[in-house]
Structure formats: structure tokens, C-alpha cells
Design a protein around this ligand. Structure first.
Ligand code: UD1
Ligand code: CA
Length: 459
């Protein structure tokens, strides 16, 4: 049977105390609803309907690039009413999985086993047993342990409140049963709402079986109602990502002190020190070492390269056996070829640094192409911007740039050329040439330094 997913996301999220709709608050830099949408697409759903209400405009705008069937629930009259709004898009012949925009971490494997409970004779219901079930709908079973219905906390008798098996809200059902059962619910209950949960007692009365299954981990069904729960789920998500890396052969100095906000591919014997943030698409090949407090976004780091403490790297490709940092900043468009060295307080932007070239101290390299075996001295600056346009600097193979040099682009330094320390170079330097623009040194003999005037004396 084909699968349609309905995601409920119309609620207000009052307890977030935020102008941002609840489902747009992020875990690992991705909105809660984004996690649920990704899970749905991983299940090969033919269609995903999202029921929106509060903040509908912002929610739709955030996911404008995705193929989503948006359904508006103008007034929030309960979960049953919310699902009813999506029914025009549901065919009787398909299986429907109901998820929640504020329950972000349910795993595909749990949902796949839930969906496999669905047939013409049975509904799949995801339940969980909690030490403290307060606030949740309780699962009612008969003496044969068959589910006969769900009772909401506010409608439960003291006896029913003792039940610790609760409704997660997540369920899977055939379209035909969903359409029929939802047409029979009413709002005669303590909250005056149309409860989705009422379909279970109706199903039981009609002889439809309710098959329950449980998630592997209870956090899979945890929802976000406030920022404490958001932070709690963020930590759970991060620990799971850290475990995946360790299973793949990565050493983490402390699995509780790494944040992964994207897709990481790592080879074996990669070592990552504490407080590292990896975002976007990051590839770490074998034997890469990342020092403490590094932030790395959209980067490929080839085997054997070492990123030392406090480096910030974005949209960069780093070849084999390079060293970067400590305190280096590699900005978008940087490419280091094999064995290149970037040292402390060096910023590189939109530049290629050739094989075995060294830029070791206090330097800015922007819009430059640096060849093989080049040495760039401390304090070198490529003056790439004239206030209106950017210009390129080319430093050819085996050139040597003395310390404290300004290279005023556009400019080319030839092969094996040497630039004397302290020079300002605005014209091309030929191959094997020494260029320097240093002012001649003066010497004034027996120079007497000024002395301080005694206190109280006026000038
Ligand atoms: C619901 C279940 C309860 C279950 C609990 C799990 C019902 C009647 N009760 O209770 O059995 O234990 O979830 O967390 O279903 N929503 C809409 N439109 C509405 C109402 C809700 O889109 O009109 C969305 C909310 O945004 C939220 C979700 O549905 O994401 C659950 O709604 P909520 O009001 O929090 O239900 P609970 O009372 O927690
Ligand atoms: Ca809730």
C-alpha cells in the first residue's frame, strides 16, 4: 500500500514564549518540522500533508522549497479536527501515518514497524510506558490485553490515571478506516475538543484490532513544549550522532562535547578533541585530527591533515597531510593542496595554496593563487580590494615573500622570485628576481632621547 504522512503542526506552542512558531525552533540547526519532514521522506511517503495554523505563513515560507501538501486548520479544535482537515488529500486505498511537528526524533525503524501493523483489520498505535504518565492519554486494555480505547488525562477516572502505558499520538491506519472513524467522533469531553484518540474505542467497537508497538528509545516519542525540553532533545540528538561517529571508527575525546549540525562522513582513526562544531557537509578522511574548539562547516579534509585548536573553517577543501592553525581562519573558496601549512592568525579567502607551501604567521591571503613550495613570511597582506573591486594575486612556484609585505593586487610574483621584508609590491616581479621597496636605513650618531620634564613645570 502507498504511504501518506500527515504531520500535525497547528498548535501555538505557548510555553516556548517565542515569536517563532514552535516547529521552527531548531535541533542541530534544523527546524523541528524539518526533522519530521526528513523522516517522512526517508519512509518513501508518496505524499506529506502538514496541518498548519499558528504561524502558518512563516512555517510554509521556511519549507517553500519542499514538496509538501499544506493544509490549514484555522481554529485549533483538537487533534481529530486537525486530521480531518487533511482528509480531502487522503485516498481510502493508502496507509496513513500520523506524526507531529514537535516530536522530532522518531526513528525510521520504529515507524516502519508501526506501519507494518496496518491492515484492513488492524490499526497500528505507538505507545510507551512512562514512570510518570501525567498529562498523557492512557491506553485502556481489556482482560485479554486488547486495546479498547484511549482516555485523555482530563477525562480519566482516578483508576485510569494509574495506568502507565500512554499514547504517543503517533499512529498508522488505512485511509478508509481513518475516513470512516473520523466521521464519527464528537467533542463531548472535558476539553470540548475533537480527539483523534477517540477513533480507537470506535475501532474496537467495530471489531478492528489495535496493534501496539513501542519505540526502541523513549526519547523517540518525546515532544517539545518548552525550551528545556528543546535543549534536552538537542543533547540526546548530539549524543546519538557522537555514537554513530565512534561506531564508524572516530575517537572523540568527549562524546558529550561535540556538536554535529549536518552530515558528517568520517574515515577511520579520525580524532576529534573537545568542543568541536561540525556543520553542513563535512568529510574527514582517515587519520585526520581536529583540535579543541574548532568550527568546521562544509569542508573536505583529506587524510593525515591536522587542524589545530581554535580554527574556523568554512567551504574549504584541504588536501592530504596539511596542518592548519592554531587560530587559523579559512573562509569560503579556500583550497589547500597536499602538505600545505597554514599557521596561527592567518586568514585565507577564495585562494589556492599550492603543494608544500607555507603561510605560517599573521597573514591575510585573499583572491590569490599560490604555487608549489612558496614561503609567505609573517605579516604578509594581499591588498585585494581597492574599495570597489577585488583583484587577484599570483605567487608562482618557490617564490619567497619576506615578512611584513603588502602585495597590491593585481600583481604576479614570478617563480623563485624573492620579495624583501617590509616591501609594498604593486608591480609584477619576474622569475628569479629580488624585489624590495624598503626605504634606506638612516643612522644618526649619539642620539639623545627626549626626557620627561619634572612634575609641576609648565611648557
Ligand atoms: C495528545 C493526545 C494524547 C497523547 C499526547 C502525546 C489527543 C486528544 N491526545 O494530547 O493522548 O498522550 O498527545 O503528546 O490527541 N494540534 C493541532 N491542531 C489541534 C490540536 C493539536 O495541530 O487542533 C497539534 C499540536 O500542534 C501538537 C499535537 O497536535 O503538535 C498534539 O496536540 P496537544 O494539544 O499537545 O495534545 P495533547 O493534549 O498533548
Ligand atoms: Ca502535547
Amino acid at each position: 500500500m502507498e504511504l501518506s504522512v500527515i504531520i500535525l503542526a497547528a498548535g501555538k506552542g505557548t510555553r516556548m514564549k517565542s515569536d517563532l512558531p514552535k516547529v521552527l525552533h531548531p535541533i542541530a540547526h534544523k527546524p523541528l518540522l524539518g526533522h519530521v519532514l526528513d523522516t517522512a521522506s526517508g519512509l518513501d511517503a508518496k505524499q506529506t500533508c502538514v496541518v498548519v495554523g499558528h504561524g502558518a505563513h512563516a512555517v510554509k515560507e521556511t519549507f517553500a522549497a519542499r514538496t509538501v501538501t499544506w493544509v490549514e486548520q484555522k481554529e485549533q479544535k483538537g487533534t481529530g479536527h486537525a486530521v480531518q482537515q487533511a482528509l480531502p488529500h487522503i485516498k481510502p486505498t493508502e496507509t496513513v501515518l500520523i506524526l507531529y511537528g514537535d516530536v522530532p526524533l522518531c526513528t525510521p525503524s520504529t515507524l516502519t514497524s508501526l506501519v507494518s501493523c496496518v491492515s484492513e483489520q488492524s490499526i497500528g498505535l505507538l505507545t510507551v510506558t512512562l514512570e510518570n504518565p501525567t498529562g498523557y492519554g492512557r491506553i485502556i486494555r481489556d482482560h485479554e490485553n486488547q486495546v479498547t480505547g484511549i482516555v485523555e488525562e482530563k477525562d480519566a477516572t482516578p483508576g485510569q490515571k494509574q495506568i502507565t502505558e500512554v499514547n504517543t499520538g503517533i499512529l498508522a491506519i488505512s485511509g478508509s478506516h481513518l475516513i470512516n472513524l473520523l466521521s464519527d467522533i464528537d467533542n463531548k469531553n472535558a476539553q470540548g475538543e475533537y480527539y483523534l484518540t477517540d477513533i480507537f474505542s470506535l475501532a474496537h467497537q467495530q471489531g478492528i484490532q489495535i496493534q501496539t508497538c513501542q519505540p526502541e528509545h523513549s526519547w523517540e516519542v518525546s515532544g517539545v513544549n518548552n525550551r528545556l525540553q528543546l535543549a534536552g532533545l538537542e543533547r540526546i540528538y548530539q549524543l546519538e550522532k557522537a555514537k554513530e561517529l565512534m561506531v564508524d571508527g572516530v575517537t572523540l575525546r568527549d562524546p558529550a562535547r561535540i556538536d554535529i549540525r549536518g552530515n558528517i562522513q568520517a574515515g577511520h582513526d579520525v580524532e576529534i578533541d573537545v568542543n568541536v562544531i561540525l556543520s553542513g557537509d563535512v568529510i574527514l578522511q582517515n587519520n585526520v585530527k581536529i583540535g579543541a574548539n574548532c568550527s568546521i562547516k562544509n569542508a573536505t579534509i583529506c587524510s593525515g591533515s591536522i587542524i589545530k585548536d581554535h580554527s574556523v573553517i568554512e567551504d574549504t577543501i584541504i588536501g592530504k597531510d596539511c596542518t592548519v592553525g592554531p587560530f587559523a581562519r579559512l573562509r569560503p573558496g579556500t583550497e589547500l593542496l597536499d602538505d600545505a601549512h597554514i599557521g596561527n592568525f592567518v586568514e585565507v579567502k577564495k585562494s589556492v595554496i599550492g603543494n608544500s607551501s607555507k603561510v605560517n604567521h599573521l597573514t591575510y591571503i585573499g583572491d590569490a593563487e599560490i604555487g608549489t613550495g612558496v614561503n609567505v613570511g609573517a605579516g604578509t597582506i594581499t591588498c585585494n580590494y581597492d574599495g570597489a573591486n577585488k583583484h587577484r594575486t599570483v605567487i608562482q612556484d618557490h617564490a619567497f615573500i619576506g615578512s611584513n609585505t603588502s602585495l597590491v593586487a593585481p600583481v604576479t610574483i614570478g617563480k623563485h622570485a624573492t620579495v624583501g621584508a617590509g616591501s609594498t609590491i604593486g608591480r609584477d616581479v619576474g622569475n628569479n628576481t629580488l624585489a624590495l621597496t624598503r626605504a634606506p636605513q638612516k643612522a644618526i650618531d649619539s642620539w639623545t632621547r627626549p626626557t620627561k620634564k619634572p612634575k609641576g613645570e609648565t611648557t
